[in-house]
Write a protein that binds this ligand. Sequence first.
Ligand code: HEC
Ligand code: HEC
Length: 209
Amino acid sequence: MMRTMALALVAAGFGLNVAAQEAAPPPADPNAAPATVKDVCTQCHGETGVSTDPAKYPHLSGQVPDYIIKQLREFKGGARNDPVMTAMAYTVGTDEDARAIADWYAKQSVTPSAATKPDLIERGKKLWRAGDAAKAIPACAGCHGASGQGLPAQYPRLSGQLPTYLALQLQRFRNGERANDPEGMMRAIAERLTDNDIQSVSEYASGLR
Ligand code: HEC
Ligand code: HEC
């Protein structure tokens, strides 16, 4: 009798919780974008990773997921800096959030970009496929993949990315403003690239498919 009463009291005490649970929405649609993407990232990178302003923001669609996670961590930690993106990285709470966001963007299909400056293509293609032995520049394809699709886990996709964004990052590696590349491997390459090399290879890499 005491036991029944105790159980009844417990049940009454938890009454509110039970009701709340019954009213809870069904589990989130696993095919929907993570909430942070919808609430924050979409403003600049689009819900499907297509930049909302190509003059300012990179695409994220089809990017290597572990590369996205690394960049988010480093914008937060200060190893990579950008006046706009650094603040945004702080809206990503846990490692699980970062993983969900990265997996979401990684599976979005890439919008192919077309090379618009044919005069730059020859030099770009040479750097991409063979590098330039005389200047000790290795082939970009060796790390970023033959078609620029990137290679898990640390080499980002470059194909489909905005050429202006690629060129900006190469300039930042070259002047040391961006220094989050493992073992300085991108800085060592970028410091050997001329302005024309940077324009050429950015244009070429962007148009790969
Ligand atoms: C207000 C605009 C803005 C918002 C919102 C924003 N970003 Fe960015 N993001 C940028 C800019 C600008 C850059 C380029 C930074 C640079 O030049 O180094 C960038 C770069 C990135 C990169 C690096 C891409 C690469 O190829 O290296 C990742 C990853 C990224 N953002 C993820 C996110 C995620 C995830 C969110 C949502 C939590 C988000 N961003 C929200 C502006 C934004
Ligand atoms: C030895 C391997 C290696 C080679 C060769 C290489 N890269 Fe990279 N590259 C990397 C790595 C690793 C990163 C990512 C750095 C990081 O973690 O932030 C990167 C990043 C980049 C980025 C920044 C992408 C983004 O989304 O922000 C650009 C642009 C780039 N590389 C261009 C090139 C070009 C052009 C060449 C050829 C001239 C080249 N890379 C050759 C390893 C390489």
